[in-house]
Structures are given as structure tokens and as C-alpha cells.
Design a binder for this molecule. Sequence first.
Ligand SMILES: Nc1ncnc(-c2cnn(Cc3cccc(F)c3)c2)c1Cl
Length: 297
Amino acid sequence: MSALDLPGYTHVYSGKVRDLYAPVGADGEVVPDRLLLVASNRLSAYDWMMSPEIPDKGAVLTRLSLWWFDQLSDLVPNHVVSTDVPEAVGGRAVLVRKLEMLKVEAIARAYLTGGGLEEYREKGSVSGVVLPDGLVDGSKLPEPVFTPTTKAPVGEHDLPMSPAEVEAELGADVAAEVSRLTRAILARGNEIAAQRGILIADTKVEFGVSPDGSGGLVLADEVLTPDSSRFWPAELWEPGHPQPSYDKQFVRDWLTSTDSGWDRKAGGPPPELPAHVVEQTRAKYVEAYERLTGETF
Ligand SMILES: Nc1ncnc(-c2cnn(Cc3cccc(F)c3)c2)c1Cl
């Protein structure tokens, strides 16, 4: 995947599905306090990059994230500066304030699944929080639990952080505030989403602080999107087994069906997605956006 050549910007970094650029001033110098976050149409599933891309995925998730930033503006300030971005990435990029990012992946869980369920099955707790007995895959937790991890280097896995490790990294006061805000963001997200037929099982947010040390925590990165969170269709929720993904289930079902001819355990890359799977997946992203925001994409 090659980065775009964006006039007035220089490519900084590419993640699996997003790219980061820095604006360049008229003098050719990088503008120090701004970044351009670009959401691609790339889709990752089963830790593989799918092909082809999903049309409009980047634009839908960008608009959804911007909507959530606005919904959450009473809880926490955010890094958004402008959506006045180069035409080549119009609608799927945001100009943001460049922050000093905290070295903690701020994850909160409202429903138990994935790595949190594994830890619960081993210890009866998750991230140091003792949970009730008898919870199963998909159980709703009494209240959202903060389950932070490290920000592992590219290609390595993020590792769970104990409360003590988070305090060592952030200090006790900032650690407590990150935990409080992350849980409040997920709780607010589910208050809104549940009314619209979507359950947000868990989410990862990122906080930063101003480089000059002024002000407090700023919500950065993306927020409450199907890429940073597990979205489940509420009407299919049934604890006791893995829940269907709101947005990725068509891809998963096709890849694990005989139609794809793919053997995930063999270790090779998945085949190209057929057009109908691409179209159905695009439709789910648009549906999630329109249900949550009440706006037409
Ligand atoms: N406001 C900010 N200030 C400083 N750094 C960041 C920052 C760095 N990395 N990321 C994650 C990421 C976002 C998009 C595309 C990627 F490739 C990676 C976010 C932000 Cl959002």
C-alpha cells in the first residue's frame, strides 16, 4: 500500500486502515502542531488486509467519529480542528491538533468477549476487577470495566496493563481520569446506540495532552467506530456464544464458507472478496452511520 501524494502534506505513518500526514507550510517546513488523519477504505479481518477495499468505508467512519466527538463534547474536549482537507481525501480525513499521546490504549468493556473473556475464565477478574461468577461469552457487565493495554510496537501484540502499571505510566490522578472518561464514553455510546439497535461491546480510545502542558486530557484518534469498537446488532444478542459482528459478519461468513476456498489455519492470505460481500459490507457501514446519527450518508 503506497501513501497518497497529498499537495501540502507529507506522509508520516500508515496503520492497517488509516494514514497519518503532517501539513507542510509555504516555507516547506512541517507545521508543528497539526496532523491529518486519513481513514482508508481498507478492511482488516482475521488479522489480514482484505481486497478489494470497501467503497466509502473511510468516509462513513470519519463522519461517524466526528458525530461521536460532538455527542461527547460535554464529557471531554477533542482534537478536531477542521474537515477542510485536500480534495483527494475529502470526507475521509480530519485536520487535528497534534498532541502528546498517552502511552496507554484506553479500552473499556461493556460486554465480555475476546481477550477479556479469556482473562475472566482464567482469573474470575479482568484487569484487576473481580466480576460476578457465571459470566459467558457476550454477557453484559454490571458496568463498563477499564481494561487498558500497552501500545505495542508494530507487529507485536498490545499487553494488558495492571492498574499499578497504568499509574506508573500516567501518575495516579491521570490514570484515574483516563479510566473514568473511557468508561463514561462507552456508557454514553451504549446509551445512544442501544436505542438504535446497536450494542457497543467494547471500545478503544486514545487520549493526548497539549505539548505545552496546558489543559487536561484531550480525546484524540477516532471514537466509537466499528474499527475501534465491537459493534453488535442488538436484536441478535444472545450470551453464551460469539456474537455476530454488525459490520464484518458478511466477510467472516464468506471467508469461513466453502465458497471462498480459504483455509484460515493453512496460514495463507485470504482470496479476493466477491462483489456481493463488498457491497453488503459497505451497506452495513452506511446502515450503522444512518441508524446512530439519524443522518443520511
Ligand atoms: N491528535 C494526535 N496527535 C498526535 N498523534 C496522534 C496519533 C498518532 N498516531 N495515531 C494513531 C493513528 C491515527 C491515524 C492514522 C494512523 F496511521 C495512526 C494518532 C493524534 Cl490522533
